[in-house]
Write a protein of this length. Structure first.
Length: 352
């Protein structure tokens, strides 16, 4: 099936109302910019090509919050159940799905529908890397909250640093939004996997954890001039900027690149920046973008590689997503409140 046709099937799955047997809880967005509403749903009979999962955890990202406000690049019409990143165990498989069995632990990347206790997905998600069976050494080792915090942040950071940033051991890497989910993942990968010198931009009050995750230096953008600090910390410039923040400050970051530096644009929590092309020319530098979730359709091999790599690194103990707090489904609006008031370091997870 072509990718776009598959996505159409996925949307139907995640947005369709369920009817049928056992009851489960879901948190629904009934109106944009309003609190989610907790309700009870019932599962419909499983189709032959489907997999039913007892969802144990759903990771919350900044993008999940934006979706509930109609402010994300992918717009959804209410009612819908938000949430893209899930981890749980297989309850049932349709007869056409050969590679999974009840009890298998899986992680999934959904377009939406993660904030519910039961998730039903088409089996072809396995083929495209959107559903992954987790090969645990022992079942008791399973930490669903960590599994639901892994692939979006680390998959994005991994693909950005390797495929876009062409990262090399020992380089200097600057990460903005370093205390956030994707930023902290970039810090950890650059410092621990690539032995790079990592300079992290984050507020002082959040810098302790960012340093624990491998940052060698931090710059508090609220009281320090980033460009001035970088002249001290990286006199020859930084090789890679991983920019999860954007805004007007991005111009100074481009000016701080080393010769042949790479500026990677990841997110716009402070607005969409205008990149000065003439500075790129003067430094023989490049600016590249990445929409990781979309690479599932556009560059599927790279998407799958990123999911498999970060999952293996986690299972091998090489990376360890930081979870500030987990909440029960009933408290999902409290969790979104922390995200909107910028009180989060790393990740929040809803446990079910
Ligand atoms: N391109 C992709 O494929 C991809 C994948 C994942 C995420 N993203 C994007 O990356 C961005 C971050 O996502 P996330 O999930 O990591 O979010 P998050 O966990 O909420 O973190 C956001 C980070 O940005 C900082 N921040 C927020 N507003 C800021 C401002 N005005 N100026 C400077 N720093 C600011 C926050 O720290 P303080 O508020 O404490 O300063 C925090 O460190 C979002 O735009 C998201 O959509 C993109």
């Amino acid at each position: 099936m072509a990718c776009n046709a598959r996505l159409g099937v996925l949307r139907k799955h995640f947005c369709s109302a369920s009817k049928g047997v056992s009851a489960y809880k879901a948190a629904e967005c009934q109106q944009l910019k309003q609190p989610l509403v907790l309700l009870s749903k019932t599962s419909r009979p499983l189709e032959d090509h489907e997999v039913r999962i007892r969802n144990r955890a759903c990771g919350l990202n900044f993008a999940t919050y934006l979706t509930t406000r109609g402010e994300y690049q992918v717009k959804l019409e209410p009612p819908f159940v938000p949430g893209t990143e899930v981890a749980g165990e297989v309850l049932e498989v349709g007869k056409d799905v050969a590679s999974l069995s009840p009890g298998d632990v899986v992680i999934g990347l959904l377009e939406t529908g993660g904030l519910q206790e039961v998730v039903t997905v088409p089996g072809f998600m396995l083929d495209i890397g959107a559903l992954t069976k987790v090969e645990l050494k022992a079942k008791r080792d399973v930490d669903y909250c960590k599994l639901a915090s892994l692939i979006v942040n680390y998959g994005t950071a991994w693909m950005a640093l390797t495929r876009k940033g062409l990262i090399k051991e020992g380089e200097t890497v600057l990460v903005t939004g370093a205390s956030g989910g994707v930023g902290l993942a970039a810090v950890e990968l650059a410092a621990r996997i690539f032995n790079c010198q990592v300079i992290a931009v984050c507020r002082d009050e959040k810098s302790k954890m960012v340093k624990q995750y491998g940052a060698h230096n931090t710059i508090d953008y609220t009281r320090q001039n980033i460009r001035k600090e970088l002249k001290e910390l990286a006199p020859s410039g930084v090789n890679i900027v991983f920019d999860a923040v954007g805004g007007d400050g991005a111009v100074d970051l481009v000016k701080s690149l080393a010769i042949e530096g790479r500026f990677i644009t990841i997110g716009y929590t402070a607005g969409i920046p205008k990149i000065p092309a003439n500075i790129l020319l003067l430094k023989s530098a490049s600016a590249v973008g990445l929409w990781w979730g979309n690479t599932m359709q556009t560059v599927p091999d790279a998407f799958r590689e990123s999911v498999e790599t970060v999952t293996k690194m986690y299972l091998d103990g090489k990376i360890n997503p930081y979870i500030q707090q987990s909440f029960p489904l009933e408290k999902v609006n409290e969790a979104f409140g922390l995200i909107s008031s910028r009180k989060v370091v790393g990740k929040l997870v809803i446990e079910m």
